[in-house]
Design a protein around this ligand. Structure first.
Ligand SMILES: O=C(O)CCC(=O)C(=O)O
Length: 254
């Protein structure tokens, strides 16, 4: 269980709630100053430490064969107590609960790193194309995407298709035979919005929203920490327990 945010009653908390007002209409929102630079530094140093450890399971969202293109670390919160206790995690939980007006359950977290000059996009996709388990009840999820530094379009910031959370699940295929990622086709006349961010700010989207990040064309690696909360129902606790068990036995899933 996550501790409630100390920031709950502050002016910042009220602003974060207001920034989520666009979410229902657009399928995504930008939430400014959801955390601070010290907190980002902690999360980044923990992710770097996980990358240094040889046995942490990673996936490749680009293509295997040469240098890593897009590195994904599954469940960093289960591997790092300091990330799990971070200000960002507590604030995102509190703002998600305020948005739903209901308790939320932590569903999944991952980190995605694009090395400098990776020249590899994270293809257009909807997150629920990855969720193949326990799809027997309606779900309401918020997916938080937190870059661990300022992020520009050239470094691989988030892009969303406005209103795409209402179009339903599109057909997805694997990005390439050696990739762990899925992709779909960008619909014609899609209203694409690019979301460069200042360090400490995040985007939030639903699991149905079509999104993409561009290649990293800069000489600095791009780090993002991604966290999913789900409106609690009778199935969410069960699903979370099964996922934790699966993770322990090395079969991580979204
Ligand atoms: O960080 C990225 O490159 C992609 C993130 C993403 O697609 C996601 O969080 O679902």
């Amino acid at each position: 269980m996550l501790a409630p945010s100390a920031a709950k009653a502050t002016e910042g908390f009220v602003q974060h709630q207001q920034q989520l007002a666009h979410l229902d209409q657009d399928g995504f929102a930008v939430v400014e100053n959801i955390t601070d630079l010290d907190d980002l530094a902690v999360i980044r140093s923990e992710i770097d430490e996980l990358l240094r450890r040889g046995h942490v399971p990673t996936k490749e969202l680009g293509e295997r064969g040469g240098a890593p293109q897009i590195i994904e670390i599954m469940w960093p919160m289960k591997l790092s107590e300091r990330i799990a206790r971070s200000c960002f995690v507590r604030n995102a939980c509190a703002v998600s609960e305020a948005y739903f007006g209901h308790r939320v359950t932590y569903n999944f977290d991952h980190a995605i790193i694009k090395p400098a000059f990776n020249f590899r996009e994270t293809a257009w996709h909807q997150d629920f194309a990855y969720s193949t388990w326990f799809n027997f009840s309606a779900r309401e999820r918020l997916h938080w995407w937190l870059p661990l530094h300022d992020v520009s379009t050239d470094q691989g910031c988030m892009h969303f298709v406005r209103g795409s959370h209402r179009i339903g699940l599109l057909p997805h295929v694997r990005v390439a035979p050696t990739s762990d990622a899925l992709k779909t086709t960008l619909p014609e006349k899609a209203d694409v919005v690019s979301c460069p961010l200042k360090a400490g700010s995040a985007t939030v989207h639903t699991e149905a929203t079509l999104h993409y990040t561009g290649p990293n064309k800069t000489n600095s690696p791009r780090y993002a920490f991604i966290l999913q909360f789900e409106r609690s129902t009778w199935t969410t606790g069960l699903r979370a327990s099964v996922k934790t068990l699966a993770w322990r036995f090395g079969r991580g899933s979204h």
